[in-house]
Design a binder for this molecule. Structure first.
Ligand code: ZN
Length: 207
């Protein structure tokens, strides 16, 4: 068996199996027979920001979409492969989630690449361009360091994604009928803080 990491994944699965399948049988219910999560979380692919670990959820609790920089693309109908939009559609239209959380985080390499002139790749620049407006929306002169500027862009990118969620007509309809709510959260992984966007105060505050 390959690297020690790979072996540890098998051990981890065995622990998961004995805990969850036993629990499932003891309770007389098969928690793996179907899913009905109440929440969609859109998080970064970053290895440090796994929503299930951060929020202590159980299997079946949350429907998760992860991508570079936790971005939501705008509603576009064409023949491209819209994996993120398809997953949003499934969770909203079929699973009927009640809440959508866009979870940003500090020290995000994806957002850092936005302000870095040497960002490259065949797919990344185009993907990250979803958040390019973040750099235009922050007042660059207000930030003393690049780190502070990236942090501001990370939060603006969450707001751009929240705005893009509203370009999906069936999300708008459900919000209007109070069947769905959207939330912008930000995990400050340097200080272990969780912040939430407060529309009234127009800022992220610790929650
Ligand atoms: Zn990230």
């Amino acid at each position: 068996m390959g690297s020690k990491e790979i072996s540890s994944y098998i051990e981890g699965f065995n622990r998961f199996k004995s805990e969850w399948f036993q629990k499932s049988q003891n309770n007389g219910e098969d928690i793996f027979s179907k899913q009905s999560p109440k929440t969609l979380i859109i998080a970064c692919s970053d290895s440090r920001v796994d929503p299930a670990i951060l929020f202590g959820t159980d299997p079946g609790d949350i429907f998760v979409i992860r991508n570079v920089a936790n971005l939501v693309p705008p509603f576009v109908k064409d023949t491209s492969f819209h994996g993120i939009s398809a997953a949003i559609e499934y969770s909203v239209q079929t699973l009927n989630v009640r809440d959508i959380i866009v979870l940003g985080h500090s020290r995000c390499g994806g957002i850092h690449a936005l302000i870095s002139p040497h960002s490259s790749g065949e797919f990344l620049p185009s993907w990250l361009s979803i958040a390019s407006g973040a750099l235009l929306r922050v007042k660059i002169e207000e930030y003393d360091s690049e780190e502070e500027l990236v942090r501001a862009c990370e939060k603006e990118a969450v707001l751009i994604s929240l705005g893009n969620l509203l370009t999906f007509p069936w999300i708008n309809e459900r919000i209007a009928k109070s069947e769905l709510a959207v939330h912008g959260w930000y995990f400050d992984l340097e200080h272990g803080k969780l912040e939430g966007w407060q529309p009234k105060e127009k800022k992220f505050l610790e929650i």
